[in-house]
Write a protein that binds this ligand. Structure first.
Ligand code: G5P
Ligand code: MG
Length: 224
């Protein structure tokens, strides 16, 4: 019998720890991690048409228009058709949530609720490895060598949209747009919310909850 496919999303404010928690989830459950922001940054670096379009919005802390994002994510999901996946950063608006639901019925939605002050403090120290999306933080999870990715030895970068004034705009956008998305999944009966200041406090609760929902046999496979 074919293994069951699981489709998950993770929601949360900018820098609430979606990427960090996603990395832990995919390590345990061997899902494909699709981060809309990581994918867009790779397109920006490669100067593709989508990247050039998205850059204008990202650098100002604005959301990329729904029609661009929906088309973009549909394309990314086609690449993982027969696999279980975790979508991070999409959907962010009700239109995106509805479009995704029409395309794929999700199994679970995780929402991270982290106080804004904790977020503002942590983004200053964020470093990312662009190609993989691996994320570090000066205080919380520093790389072994400052400015260098642990796995590839390649340089880490600081995101342009992590400048304090842009972070505030991103939080404002989040506040305006994301409430209805959580409500949408709550009404579908698949939402679970996790609150806390620290990822290391939130993560064990996420893990415990996921273990009750995703059968352990898929956690024993090695990633392909
Ligand atoms: P992104 O890239 O999706 P955001 O704003 O949703 O951007 P972001 O910034 O990637 O989310 P995150 O993934 O939630 O944050 O958080 P993270 O990277 O794991 O953690 C943040 C930092 O805190 C890291 O340095 C981490 O190491 C550290 N950290 C984690 N936990 C702790 C802790 O407990 N303590 C401490 N001290 N540190 C910790 O999207 C970027 C842009 O792309 C566009 C938008 O313009 C968006 O602004 N975009 C979209 N536009 C429209 N629709 C969509 N669906 C879009 N998706 C992306
Ligand atoms: Mg992220």
């Amino acid at each position: 019998m074919a293994a069951r496919i699981f489709k998950l999303v993770i929601l949360g404010a900018p820098a609430s720890g979606k990427g960090t928690i996603s990395q832990r989830i995919v390590k345990v459950f061997h899902l494909k991690h699709i981060s809309s922001g990581d994918k867009l940054r790779q397109h920006i670096q490669n100067k593709t048409a989508v990247g050039l379009e998205a850059q204008k919005y990202i650098n100002e802390g604005k959301l990329v228009p729904d029609e661009v994002m929906i088309k973009f994510i549909k394309c990314e999901l086609q690449k993982v058709e027969d696999e279980s996946w975790l979508l991070d950063g999409f959907p962010r608006t009700l239109s995106q949530a509805i479009a995704l639901w029409e395309l794929e019925k999700l199994d679970l939605a995780i929402n991270l609720l982290v106080p804004y002050q904790a977020i503002i403090d942590r983004v200053k120290g964020r470093w990312v490895h662009l190609a993989s999306g691996r994320v570090y933080n000066d205080g919380f999870n520093p790389p072994k060598v400052h400015g260098v990715d642990d796995v590839t030895g390649e340089p880490l970068i600081q995101r342009d949209d992590d400048k304090p004034e842009v972070v505030l705009k991103r939080l404002e956008q989040y506040e305006k747009m994301t409430g209805p998305v959580a409500t949408f999944y709550r009404e579908k009966g698949i939402l679970k919310e996790f609150c806390g200041d620290e990822t290391n406090v939130i993560w064990p609760k996420v893990l415990e909850w996921l273990c009750t929902r995703i059968p352990l046999h898929i956690t024993t496979q090695e990633p392909s």
